[in-house]
Design a binder for this molecule. Structure first.
Ligand code: BES
Ligand code: MN
Ligand code: ZN
Length: 489
């Protein structure tokens, strides 16, 4: 999408559709509508607004033909309620335009305040709101129509603003990249093609991308990842993307769970739970999205993405409950339930990344547990770390990006639930605290590296659209990860 700045005002715009924010409450609403009618003509908006019960409330929009002296084809009144935060209003405007634009190709947006932050937000909202997954539709008429947007009332000096457009677009494109990967069906998106997608995007951005095949993974000693792979007819992959700027301030490694399909293995999932399990590589999509965004934005941080990718299947060689494997870290692990495969894959990848990359900080994203959704609902991710400053910086970044996280305890009291009578550890706890014991299991493999675990099982994939998230793959976590990296000193 082309997004540009214009000094023009909304009444002069010849775009297909012009978006204007309208607040709620009698005086705010009345004033806003009068201002529009001064251009479109008395009685052209107010009766319609009242008929349609458009009161400028948060979730309301009203699309009307632009008449009178207005030069556009349509006007879109976007309700913002009592909202005063310029950035949030900007997001809303961008999203609203993208949502209603069907035949409209060009849009113009009147931001209440034209600041770098609001320009970034509206750009991000436009590009991520314009997302539709039509890859497998023969009829592409649902494809996004909007190809250009003009931000009105721009000041003379636009330097900070054009770079804000670039930032907003780069973040949203990385979010959309992650969504595409998650939405791709599991017969086409396998560990092999996931690796290819990462290689292709890395090439585009001039990043180095290393792929480990099965032989190499064996050589590295990632036996837990290999155990999960045993039941699959497709080889596993470890994908390592590196973005390294000239004088990096910090080295951050993102680790992602890349289960391109999780059948549960021999402890097979019932059909209804399996249907969405192509989403089990969402952590890897988020991880890749973050490193690619960091590169697009040329952030002064060295960022690595390390993804462990395999299917979890039921083939004749499948790993079994009762099996014991020696992790890369050295601890032996007794397998209890083959459906708790994600933590096994992550354990080896975390150890590998900690030892080989020695980062200042390691953050994993994973659709790890159903228990996390039981605890926090479908829209919120769990955040685990022992580092208070890190948790609070991350939650701040999430707040800015409108993504919902909640800090959960790495409760060492529950550690004993992972004791095995026969091996060093078993990989699941009991019935209670399932998201916490999964996090405690991962912690065993982090080699004292500063580490944070994000369980995105809920918000990574949605049955229906919710707030900023579309249905299907959401790209959840990419925007927060990037915002956090921007704030790192
Ligand atoms: N991939 C699932 C977790 C999941 C569930 C993600 C729903 C997204 C939506 C994970 O591998 C899993 O199956 N976890 C088990 C663990 C249990 C066997 C200890 C679960 O949560 O039921
Ligand atoms: Mn599973
Ligand atoms: Zn899984």
């Amino acid at each position: 999408m082309r997004i540009s700045l214009s000094k023009g005002t909304w009444d002069e715009s010849t775009a297909d559709i012009v978006a204007i924010a309208v607040g709620s409450g009698k005086t705010r609403l009345g004033r806003a509508l009068s201002r529009i009618e001064a251009v479109t003509g008395k009685g052209s908006i107010k009766p319609l607004a009242s008929d349609e019960r458009f009161e400028g409330k948060r979730s309301q929009t009203l699309k009307v033909a632009a008449v009178g002296k207005a030069k556009a084809r349509w006007l879109l009144l976007v309700g913002i309620g009592e909202e005063k935060d310029a950035e949030k209003i900007a997001w809303k405007l961008g999203r609203a335009v993208a949502a209603v634009a069907r035949a409209q190709k060009s849009a113009a947006i009147e931001l209440p305040e034209v600041t770098p932050e609001s320009v970034r937000a509206v750009s991000q909202g436009l590009v991520s709101g314009n997302y539709h997954y039509t890859e497998y539709k023969t009829d592409k008429s649902e494809s996004p129509a909007l190809t250009s947007a003009v931000l009105l009332d721009a000041p003379k000096d636009t330097r900070g603003l054009t770079s804000a457009i670039r930032t907003g677009k780069a973040v949203a494109e990385s979010v959309n990249f992650a969504r595409d990967l998650v939405n791709a069906p599991p017969n086409d998106l396998t560990p092999l093609t996931l690796a290819r997608a990462a290689t292709r995007e890395s090439k585009k951005l001039g990043l180095s991308c290393r792929i480990f095949n099965k032989a190499r993974i064996e050589k590295e000693g990632m036996n837990l990842l290999l155990a999960v792979n045993k039941g699959s007819a497709i080889e596993p992959r470890v994908i390592h993307v590196i973005y390294k700027p000239a004088r990096p301030k910090k080295k951050v490694v993102f680790v992602g769970k890349g289960l391109t399909f999780d059948s549960g293995g021999l402890c097979i999932k019932p059909g209804p739970s399996m249907i969405t399990m192509k989403c089990d590589m969402a952590g890897s999509a988020t991880t890749l999205g973050i490193v690619f965004a960091a590169a697009r934005l040329k952030l002064p941080i060295e960022v690595h993405a390390v993804v462990g990718s395999t299917e979890n299947m039921t083939g004749a060689k499948a790993y079994r409950p009762g099996d014991i494997y020696k992790s890369l870290e050295g601890k032996t692990v007794e397998v209890i339930n083959t459906d708790a495969e994600g933590r096994l894959v992550l354990a080896d990848v975390l150890t590998w990344a900690a030892r080989k990359l020695k980062p200042d900080l390691m953050i994993d994203h994973a659709t790890l547990t159903g228990a996390c959704m039981v605890a926090l609902g479908p829209y919120r991710a769990a955040l685990y770390t022992d580092d208070d400053a890190l948790a609070s910086a991350y939650l701040d970044a999430a707040g800015t990006e409108g993504e919902a996280f909640w800090r959960m305890p790495l409760d060492s009291e529950l550690r004993s639930m992972l004791k095995s009578p026969i091996a060093d550890l078993k990989h699941i706890g009991g019935r209670y605290g399932g998201s916490i014991t999964a996090a405690l299991f991962l912690k065993e493999f982090t080699e004292e590296t500063t580490w944070m675990h994000l369980d995105i099982a809920g918000p990574a994939f949605l049955e229906r659209a919710h707030r900023r998230m579309p249905k299907g793959g959401t790209g959840f976590g990419v925007a927060t990860g990037v915002r956090f990296l921007e704030g790192l000193q």
